[in-house]
Design a protein around this ligand. Sequence first.
Ligand code: FES
Length: 105
Amino acid sequence: MTVRFEIYVEDKDARFQCAEEQRLLHAMQAQGLGSIPVGCKGGGCGICRVQITQGEYETRKMSRAHVTEEDEQRGIALSCRVVPKSNLSLRLAPRSAEEESESAA
Ligand code: FES
């Protein structure tokens, strides 16, 4: 039986189901939701960037242009490259690391 996890998008107060081994963004889209912005779906554009605040997950290879090592340690990931290992809670983080540090300065 396929295990399904519940994914909670904090900014939108929205929830969707994601099977283990299914990528977050693909699962969301399959359920007709638009809570996370959808782009290339292949890890290249960075528009689906999120910060995972709770839960266990694994990531497939992600472009360092969109997710730095430091980002990764803070739970930043490209949702088209994330598979859940538990229920997750996340918020949208569509900006690049560069923009983030500019606005913090
Ligand atoms: S949709 Fe382009 S990086 Fe995820």
